[in-house]
Design a protein around this ligand. Structure first.
Ligand SMILES: *[C@@H]1O[C@H](CO)[C@@H](O)[C@H](O)[C@H]1NC(C)=O
Ligand SMILES: *[C@@H]1O[C@H](CO)[C@@H](O)[C@H](O)[C@H]1NC(C)=O
Ligand SMILES: *[C@@H]1O[C@H](CO)[C@@H](O)[C@H](O)[C@H]1NC(C)=O
Ligand SMILES: *[C@@H]1O[C@H](CO)[C@@H](O)[C@H](O)[C@H]1NC(C)=O
Ligand SMILES: *[C@@H]1O[C@H](CO)[C@@H](O)[C@H](O)[C@H]1NC(C)=O
Ligand SMILES: *[C@@H]1O[C@H](CO)[C@@H](O)[C@H](O)[C@H]1NC(C)=O
Ligand SMILES: *[C@@H]1O[C@H](CO)[C@@H](O)[C@H](O)[C@H]1NC(C)=O
Length: 520
């Protein structure tokens, strides 16, 4: 918090609850949503939680929200809306693993306050969506058949939510999310801004972290060989295996594409050769099942390649995955070598530096939020067992008969026409949606009259703007960044798929300075 913020904070401390309350309650009764205390938790910032129906849908479709009032009045103008991905994962994951006010202590359901909570940088709204996710409920049969339904449900719901909290309508809104939210967010922002929507909201920025917003084939297959090469040492990949991936990249035409992506600024659009793993949207209208392992049992496809010929066979001639399957082959190789003890122990595609002592927080969320007293405190009593991610929803949306056009088609309009700031960020240790694929996708995008960045991202950023106390210049950077024409990119060192989980302090500075502070 800067000094000005401090002064404001103390000056207004006494007055705020009154102002806030009187404004907030005008015309609607939010007191029934107030969260008074949470079992086993230190005292929380003022918050409201519960479910609201999705207008225009069958009875039984309700989205769960948890809204936190900003802890610092200097940020009263900002509203951050956080989305986890999946599809089908609860936003309470982000709330309890590094961006919200609470964190689990070690491998227990004990709770502690998170000093890097984004609630110090604005009002923060967590929503479990699509319907049926986390504490949200869904009618039967499941009504969110595709991404268009998901977008409509959320935007309609948001309208009734804002009717309940009307003072939020005028805030500067920042849509932030990770992973599959790389698809949710551009679609939601477009629906709110492009359509003749009765909500005229002040959407200032969108932030996509380790997001699946690019072409799936490009992000997964084209990028994989290069990523393995960069991380070969840590992933314990011998030269012979790397060579097999290089051969595969050459054969599949990826090398050519990657080479073009290394030019700053890029000379032209990058072609995705062939239809790797049948993932290329434009050529994927027949929708082959992607990971159909029914033939694995009869030996016609090897899901445990451990040597160079096994790798080449799996990439080039696999009956499991379709052509040029570098992504699935790399996954198979690493899970196999990890299990055999020759690869990285307890290999985790979300963060390649995770090991066998890394705590998996999803079961902790499951345990804590299934407690009856916790559900009562959040006004969702008798919800039954809570689970952080729902695989039925994931299966439904990923298997939708009409594939979602990549969200990158929508981004240039959001930036160029609507003047949204677009912040793209990645954790370097995320292999699933790795930074090579993200950088490739940025460089292939055209916005505000130019394609990609004109310079390779190389400037260092730091966890805090303050100069080092000893005047030295040898502070460790948090990563590298670039920003041009309203688009920023930050590559975080030492973080996986969920950047704030391993780098909460660095991420806090990023949200404060770049997202809310609009430095880039
Ligand atoms: C997942 O969502 C579906 C659809 O709403 C629901 O039928 C199912 O019970 C959910 N599963 C879990 C484990 O919550
Ligand atoms: C680059 O963009 C072009 C045109 O939008 C598209 O056809 C191509 O598939 C994209 N390539 C990658 C690598 O995303
Ligand atoms: C490669 O591994 C397969 C088992 O996946 C084995 O059958 C084959 O003999 C190995 N080839 C070489 C050259 O070691
Ligand atoms: C893949 O199959 C083609 C024929 O379809 C064959 O020529 C090639 O040798 C095979 N490659 C490998 C690595 O088995
Ligand atoms: C596992 O990772 C943690 C955190 O990065 C590290 O402190 C620890 O030494 C690692 N343990 C092993 C056995 O490598
Ligand atoms: C965390 O606790 C669970 C349940 O007791 C256990 O299965 C898991 O191994 C523990 N994780 C670690 C990293 O100790
Ligand atoms: C576009 O947004 C930037 C802040 O990111 C602002 O400085 C500028 O005035 C805006 N331009 C228009 C035309 O609204």
């Amino acid at each position: 918090m800067n000094l000005l913020g401090m002064v404001y904070f103390f000056h207004f401390l006494w007055a705020v609850p009154v102002l806030f309350f009187s404004k907030a309650t005008r015309g609607s009764d939010i007191s029934r949503f107030e969260v008074n205390s949470l079992p086993g938790s230190p005292s929380l910032p003022t918050s409201w939680a519960g479910r609201l129906p999705v207008p225009g849908t069958q009875k039984g479709n309700n989205l769960f929200f948890w809204l936190f009032k900003t802890e610092d009045v200097a940020y009263d103008d900002d509203l951050i809306i956080w989305f986890n991905g999946g599809p089908g994962c609860s936003s309470l994951i982000g709330m309890t693993t590094g961006n919200g006010p609470l964190s689990f202590v070690g491998n227990s359901t004990d709770l502690a306050l998170n000093p890097y909570s984004w609630t110090k940088l604005g009002h923060v709204l967590y929503v479990d969506q699509p319907v049926g996710t986390g504490f949200s409920t869904a009618s039967t049969p499941y009504p969110a058949e595709n991404n268009a339904d998901v977008t409509t449900h959320f935007t309609q719901w948001l309208q009734s939510f804002l009717d309940l909290f009307p003072y939020l309508k005028s805030k500067n809104i920042h849509l932030m999310g990770e992973s599959y939210a790389g698809i949710y967010i551009p679609y939601i922002a477009s629906a709110l801004l492009e359509n003749t929507n009765p909500l005229s909201l002040n959407i200032k920025s969108i932030s996509l972290g380790d997001g699946s917003w690019g072409n799936a084939a490009a992000m997964a297959d084209v990028a994989m060989g290069t990523y393995l090469h960069i991380q070969a040492h840590h992933l314990r990949i011998p030269k012979s295996i790397l060579s097999a991936f290089i051969t595969a990249d050459n054969f599949c035409g990826f090398t050519e594409t990657l080479k073009k992506a290394q030019e700053y600024p890029p000379g032209s659009k990058f072609r995705i050769p062939g239809n790797p793993e049948n993932m290329n949207y434009r050529r994927d209208l027949r929708r082959h099942p992607r990971r159909d392992l029914t033939t694995a049992g009869d030996g016609s496809c090897n899901i445990n390649p451990i040597n160079a010929s096994g790798i080449l066979d799996s990439v080039l001639n696999s009956t499991c995955y379709g052509p040029c399957a570098t992504f699935s082959t790399a996954m198979d190789y690493l899970t196999t070598t990890s299990a055999l003890g020759t690869g990285p122990p307890c290999y985790d595609v979300y963060d390649i530096f995770h090991n066998c002592s890394t705590i998996d927080s999803l079961p902790l969320l499951g345990e804590y939020f299934s407690q009856k007293d916790v559900q009562k405190a959040l006004h969702v009593e008798e919800s039954g067992p809570y689970s952080a991610c729902n695989s039925t929803i994931l299966g439904t949306l990923l298997g939708a008969t009409s594939p979602v056009p990549p969200a990158y088609n929508l981004l240039p309009t959001l930036v160029t026409k609507h003047n949204l700031s677009l912040h793209i960020y990645n954790g370097k240790w995320d292999m699933l949606l790795n930074h090579i694929g993200t950088e490739l996708s940025i460089q292939n995008m055209t916005w505000r009259g130019g394609q990609g960045f004109t310079e390779r991202p190389h400037r260092l950023f730091f966890a805090d703007n303050a100069a080092p106390a000893d005047g030295s210049s040898c502070r460790a950077g948090a990563g590298v960044w670039a920003a041009e024409r309203g688009v920023s990119y930050h590559l975080f060192d030492g973080a996986g798929h969920s950047v704030f989980a391993s780098k909460p302090r660095e991420m806090f500075s990023f949200v404060r300075d770049v997202v809310v502070g609009r430095r880039a």
